[in-house]
Design a protein around this ligand. Structure first.
Ligand code: AMP
Ligand code: GLY
Length: 426
């Protein structure tokens, strides 16, 4: 079969590499892809926002399955687009329709969904500009720190955690005045959850699910969890503090009721579920849902899947997920992301990268391209997050040694990466 992956990051490179190994695959395409995906797929230069062009690619290349890496096309209705046109009747699509994608696209939708289906999450209320006085009253009733969340997609910047109530009120006003554009027309205010964060993953066809390995992401730019929030600076899987008892609770209290909720709501899902969780004294609480895989979590979760991911996705699209069995590598996968100097703020692009040749196939270390490009046959930086280096080993310590050893050979002007990925878990 022919598969088209939408997106251009490390997550898409990890998806492409995993799917390229499937016996079910004839031809793999990435749109637009990156120099990493080009080693296992044909990249197609088409803007992800242009559904008509993507549709033409699907027809021209006889694509049988489309996988959306990022959330934007899902929130904007890429699946709905294919479903509304009879020419795509036999296409398998990985990702929910725009209604299901609201789980990520609207914090209020996600919180109401969790409330309705008894999925543990922080107590909350949603407010608009017109209910700002009620919002101030609600804030007064909470203990600090105060958690404010712009309802819509705000490029990962829409969540504020503030210690001082007067500052929280000021920020709330600014959000309603347009600080996050239309994403901030509604704001969820919620109770602060004290615990350790991790992420759970599954695929679901809207009635059954298959749980994928869990991961821990490192969101802050600097060592010791300091600096600004980023898309993610590294990840580890498995997560030592997520023991089998905790993971059982995640399945019973989060994943199973989420899928039940899809069924009850008539949501067409067929995609990845990514639940951002807080482990509060051994109990999982959902902080957020994403309707896609994480990045850089994909760079540790997907390589740990030993069974045929493409076969699992086909079964999911065909409503036969209950027959699937996942096989996983029990070793530790640890990834470190190297980023452009200045990221997540302003950074330069087009800087030459050295030492980023692929590792040999037998090695337990893999380079995943994120923001890279080829310029006159030279590899250059093309984004904030540049390359993720994933290593497998029998322990976090050993995986750290291998990833950092390989990273030390990669260089570009301004290169930055955290030195403490996984250290807190040892
Ligand atoms: P979100 O975009 O909802 O994942 O929020 C971004 C980050 O804010 C999360 O990864 C958490 O670190 C933090 N966060 C969000 N909600 C809460 C909460 N209720 N309590 C504590 N931390 C939170
Ligand atoms: N690494 C967090 C995310 O993909 O949303």
């Amino acid at each position: 079969m022919n598969v088209l992956i939408i997106g251009s990051g490390g997550r898409e490179h990890a998806l492409a590499l995993k799917i390229s190994k499937s016996n079910l695959l004839d031809k793999l395409y990435c749109l637009p892809g990156n120099p990493g995906t080009a080693s296992v797929a044909e990249n197609i230069e088409t803007p992800v926002s242009d559904f008509e062009s993507i549709g033409r690619v699907v027809i021209d290349k006889s694509v049988d399955m489309v996988i959306s890496g990022p959330e934007e096309p899902l929130v904007r209705g890429l699946r709905d687009y294919f479903e509304s046109d009879g020419r795509f009747a036999s296409l398998r699509f990985v990702g929910p329709d725009s209604r299901g994608a609201q789980l990520e696209g609207s914090k209020d939708f996600a919180k109401e969904f969790m409330k309705k289906y008894n999925i543990p999450t922080a107590a909350f209320q949603t407010f608009t500009k017109n209910s700002i006085d009620a919002a101030f009253d609600f804030l007064k009733g909470l203990n600090p720190p105060y958690v404010l969340k712009a309802d819509g997609l705000a490029a990962g910047k829409g969540v504020l955690i503030i210690n001082d109530i007067e500052e929280a009120k000021r920020e709330l006003k600014e959000i309603f005045e347009g600080k996050f554009g239309s994403a901030g027309e509604r704001v969820v205010i919620e109770e602060y959850l004290d615990g350790i964060e991790m992420s759970a993953f599954a695929i679901s066809d809207g009635k059954d699910y298959l749980i994928l390995p869990e991961a821990k992401d490192y969101k802050r730019a600097l060592d010791g969890d300091c600096g600004l929030n980023t898309g993610g600076m590294g990840a580890v899987s498995p997560v030592p503090f997520a023991d089998s008892q905790f993971l059982k609770k995640v399945e019973e209290r989060v994943i199973a009721p989420t899928v039940k909720g899809f069924e009850k709501e008539g949501i067409k899902y067929n995609g990845f579920i990514f639940a951002g969780l807080m482990n509060c004294n051994g109990d999982p609480y959902v902080i957020e849902y994403n309707v896609r895989m994480g990045d850089p979590e994909s760079e540790v979760v997907l390589p740990r899947i030993k069974s045929d991911l493409l076969a699992h996705l086909v079964a999911m699209c065909d409503g036969k997920l209950s027959e699937e069995k996942l096989e996983i590598d029990t070793r530790t996968a640890l990834t470190v992301m190297c980023v452009s100097g200045g990221y997540p703020g302003i950074y330069e692009k087009g800087i030459e990268i050295t030492g980023a040749d692929s590792c040999d196939a037998e090695s337990d270390t893999t380079l995943y391209h994120a923001g890279t490009a080829l310029k006159v046959n030279k590899l250059v930086t093309a984004g904030g997050r540049v390359i993720a280096v994933t290593s497998f080993a029998d322990s976090i310590e050993m995986a750290r040694v291998e990833s950092y050893k390989r990273l030390s050979k990669i260089d570009f002007k301004g290169i930055h990466y955290r030195r403490d990925i996984g250290l807190d878990l040892i």
